[in-house]
Design a protein around this ligand. Structure first.
Ligand code: DLL
Length: 437
C-alpha cells in the first residue's frame, strides 16, 4: 500500500521537471557517445560535439534515430554496456527485415518496472487487485513488462499470457480477476467468447482494463466498457524506447500522461523534421533519459499524436499525449489519395449497425494498389436478411467514407463474428495481389 501511495503521489512542479529533463538529456547524450558504437560513429561523422549539447536548447541539433538505424545495428550494435551486463533481451516482432533487439541492464529493469507500476497505479490499480496479464510472454515486451510493473506495485499477478481464450475466461471467473491486461481487440474478443460460452461478462469481477499495444478508438473503448462493465484505460509504449511504461491514462481518460521524468518527448513535422509546439499534431520523437543497455536519442516513433500541456483534473503536471491517430508509415496511397486506416475507423464508428471489427484489403496488381475494400462486421442487432436494408447501409457507409476520404472504397458487410480474431494486436490491413483474389 505504501508503495502504491508513493507511486501515485509522485508529482513534480514544472520547474522540477524542467531540471530533471535538462540534466537527464545531457547525461543521456554523454552515455550514448561514450558507450554506444552507433552514437560514437554518428557524432563523429556529423562533426557534432556531444559536449556542446547543453539540454533542450540545442538538443534538436542531434540527428534523429530511425527504425532503420536500429535494424542495421542488429543484433548488438546499439548496446552500450558489455554483454555480460545485459540481463534480458526483448525484440520487436518485425514481420519484415531484422527485428529490433532491446537489451536491459539490471538498472534498466528496475526503472522500467517502476515506470510500468506508475502507469498501473495511475489507472487506478491497487495492491488489492488481481491482474490477469493476457499479453504474450516472450520477446514481446507486453507480457514481462506489465508483469514486473504490476508485481512492483504489489498487485496479485496472474501470468496467463495470450491465447487459450476459453481457459483464460474460466480462470478469470474463478480467480475473481479485477484487472484485465491485454490489447483492446483481445478484450473485445474475450467478451464475445464469454457470451458465446453462455457467461454474462458482467458477472465477472473486472473493474479496470489496462489496454495497450495498439490503437483503441473511442467506439471500441465504449464497447469494451459496456460489455465488461469496467473502466478501460489505455497505455502506450514501444520496444525501441523500453516497452510499455511510456505513457498511460488516469481515470479522467483525457490522453496518456507521459512519464516526463523518464522520457523527453518532442513532436515533429514528419516531412521537414521541424519541432512543433505543444498542441500541434505530428510524429512523436522520444528520448529515454535513464536507459543504460540500449540508449536511443531522438527516436522517431512513427506514431502520430500531439502533446497536451493543460493541467489534467487528476493534478499531474506531466504532459499528456493524445491518442495515436495513425503512423507516419501506415498511410495508404490509393489512386493518388492519402488514406490513414484511423480515418476509416472513425467513419465506421458513426454507424451503430457495424461493430469495431474491420479489415482493409488492399487489392494490388504488380505491387500497385488498385482498389481498397473495407470489410466490416455487422453487429448482431445490425444483422438482417433484408437485402434492401443491407444495400442501403452499404451505400450510406460508402457515401460517408467518400466525403471524408474523397474516395469511395468497396464495402463488404460481413456477418457478426466472421472476421478473424487475434489474441494479440489486430491486423487491420491486408495486402492481396491480383492472383490471390
Ligand atoms: O506494443 C509495447 C506495449 C505493450 C505497449 C503493451 C503497451 C502495452 P511494440 O510491439 O514495439 O511495443 O509496438 C509499439 O505499437 O509504436 C505504436 O504504433 C503501437 N502502440 C502501442 N501502444 C499503443 C497505444 C508495444 N496505446 C507500437 N495506442 C507503437 C496506439 C499503440 N498505438
Amino acid at each position: 500500500m505504501k508503495l502504491q501511495k508513493e507511486l501515485l503521489s509522485k508529482n513534480w512542479s514544472w520547474n522540477e521537471l524542467e531540471e530533471i529533463q535538462e540534466i537527464g538529456l545531457v547525461k543521456a547524450v554523454r552515455h550514448a557517445y561514450t558507450n554506444s558504437p552507433f552514437y560514437r560513429q554518428l557524432f563523429n561523422e556529423t562533426g557534432l560535439n556531444p559536449g556542446k549539447i547543453e539540454g533542450k536548447a540545442n538538443f534538436n541539433q542531434i540527428p534523429f534515430t530511425t527504425k532503420n538505424d536500429l535494424r542495421q545495428a542488429y543484433p548488438y550494435g546499439m548496446t552500450a554496456v558489455p554483454l555480460e551486463k545485459i540481463l534480458r533481451i526483448h525484440a520487436s516482432s518485425g514481420t519484415t527485415g531484422k527485428p529490433i533487439v532491446a537489451g536491459y541492464t539490471r538498472t534498466d529493469l528496475n526503472w522500467w518496472s517502476e515506470a510500468v507500476a506508475r502507469i498501473c497505479a495511475m489507472a487506478g490499480v491497487t495492491t488489492k487487485d488481481i491482474a490477469q496479464v493476457s499479453f504474450g510472454y516472450g520477446l514481446f515486451t507486453g507480457g514481462f513488462g506489465l508483469h514486473y510493473g504490476l508485481e512492483k506495485l504489489g498487485a496479485t499477478v496472474v501470468p496467463f499470457s495470450s491465447g487459450n481464450t476459453e481457459r483464460q475466461l474460466s480462470l478469470m471467473k474463478d480467480f475473481q480477476t479485477s484487472v484485465l491486461v491485454s490489447t483492446p481487440s483481445f478484450a473485445l474478443y474475450m467478451a464475445e467468447t464469454a457470451s458465446n460460452l453462455g457467461y454474462d461478462p458482467l458477472d465477472f469481477q473486472l473493474k479496470i482494463g489496462l489496454f495497450g499495444g495498439e490503437p483503441c478508438s473511442e467506439a471500441m473503448r465504449e464497447e469494451i466498457e459496456k460489455k465488461w462493465g469496467l473502466i478501460a484505460t489505455v497505455n502506450y509504449g514501444l520496444t525501441e524506447v523500453v516497452g510499455p511504461g511510456v505513457a498511460g491514462e488516469c481515470p479522467h481518460k483525457t490522453g496518456m500522461h507521459i512519464l516526463e521524468d523518464l522520457y523527453y518527448p518532442e513532436i515533429i513535422d514528419p516531412e521537414s523534421g521541424a519541432v512543433l509546439p505543444d498542441g500541434h499534431s505530428g510524429e512523436l520523437v522520444l528520448t529515454p533519459l535513464l536507459k543504460e543497455g540500449f540508449p536511443v536519442l531522438r527516436y522517431r516513433t512513427g506514431d502520430i499524436t500531439r502533446l497536451i500541456a493543460e493541467k489534467c483534473s487528476c493534478g499531474r503536471n506531466i504532459r499528456r499525449m493524445d491518442y495515436i491517430t495513425g503512423r507516419s508509415d501506415d498511410m495508404i496511397i490509393i489512386k493518388g489519395v492519402n488514406v490513414f486506416p484511423s480515418q476509416i475507423e472513425e467513419v465506421l464508428a458513426g454507424f451503430k449497425e457495424v461493430s469495431p471489427h474491420y479489415q482493409l484489403i488492399l487489392h494490388k496488381t504488380r505491387g500497385t494498389i488498385k482498389d481498397l475494400e473495407v470489410q466490416v462486421e455487422l453487429t448482431p442487432e445490425g444483422f438482417t436478411d433484408r437485402y434492401k436494408a443491407l444495400e442501403a447501409l452499404e451505400r450510406r457507409i460508402k457515401q460517408s467514407l467518400r466525403s471524408t476520404l474523397s474516395l469511395g472504397p468497396r464495402i463488404t458487410l460481413m456477418e457478426p463474428g466472421s472476421l478473424e480474431r487475434t489474441t494479440g494486436k489486430a491486423k487491420r490491413v491486408v495486402e492481396k495481389e491480383k492472383e490471390d483474389i
